[in-house]
Design a protein around this ligand. Structure first.
Ligand SMILES: *Cc1c(COP(=O)(O)O)cnc(C)c1O
Length: 215
């Protein structure tokens, strides 16, 4: 199926949940095709790649009212650039990073929308705050005036059988409800159906739109 068909089918299937089209390694032409089909959020995971694409896409993003989100690990020396171009940083994985974003957003006279990334499976190779520390972390971030904490994001542990992700998504939903946050960004190509069933209202899909990534 074409990129256009994939986006249209996903938008119909997701209903009120939002679709972040994950565009890492995809070409400008492929991204534009997704936008033409109705994608309203695109997500990149590396600052340099995001910057290169932003320069080519910014008019298209503006015309089509498409938001540009960041979903990867953000290094502090890249925050200034990130804040200049991004509508939302979904992957804020530490207090230090949030403080740096707040500082740079203040300089740019902007309030930066963010999600706090939770390492819901407590996997050593993944970034994010551990579930037990989420509430405390959010409390600490509330004093920062140039960030706006819109919600939470997670990458569930990978299982061949996506059904096994369900308890992690359920726990994320519980934390979101407890903290009264609006956005819950969870679910990727392999597990988004389960994530939606458990209350996700934003999914991040790359392969399911653009096909397998060939590095
Ligand atoms: C690459 C990526 C995705 C999309 O993964 P697919 O399996 O291709 O849908 C989602 N979230 C993050 C953080 C990613 O890096």
């Amino acid at each position: 199926m074409s990129i256009k068909d994939n986006v249209k089918n996903l938008l119909a299937e997701l209903g009120t949940a939002e679709l972040t089209a994950v565009t890492k390694i995809r070409s400008i032409a492929e991204i534009k095709e997704a936008i033409e089909a109705g994608a309203k959020i695109i997500g990149e995971s590396r600052v340099q790649e995001a910057e290169e694409k932003y320069n080519e896409l910014k008019d298209c993003l503006k015309e089509n009212k498409v938001e540009f989100h960041f979903i990867g690990h953000l290094q502090s020396n890249k925050v200034k650039k990130a804040v200049e171009m991004l509508d939302m940083i979904q992957s804020v994985d530490s207090i230090d990073l949030a403080e740096e974003i707040d500082k740079r957003a203040k300089e740019a006279r902007k309030v930066q929308k963010i999600l706090v990334q939770v390492n819901i499976g407590k996997e050593p190779q993944k970034f994010g705050v551990v579930p037990e520390k989420t509430s405390e972390t959010i409390e600490k971030l509330k004093s920062l005036k140039n960030i706006n904490i819109k919600g939470l994001m997670c990458i569930a542990p990978y299982f061949e059988d996506p059904e096994k992700t369900r308890p992690y998504f359920r726990e994320m939903k519980r934390i979101q409800d407890q903290l009264g946050l609006e956005i819950l960004s969870m679910g990727m190509t392999n597990d988004y159906k389960i994530a939606i069933q458990e209350g996700s209202n934003m999914v991040r899909i790359g392969t399911g739109i653009f096909g397998e990534r060939k590095y």
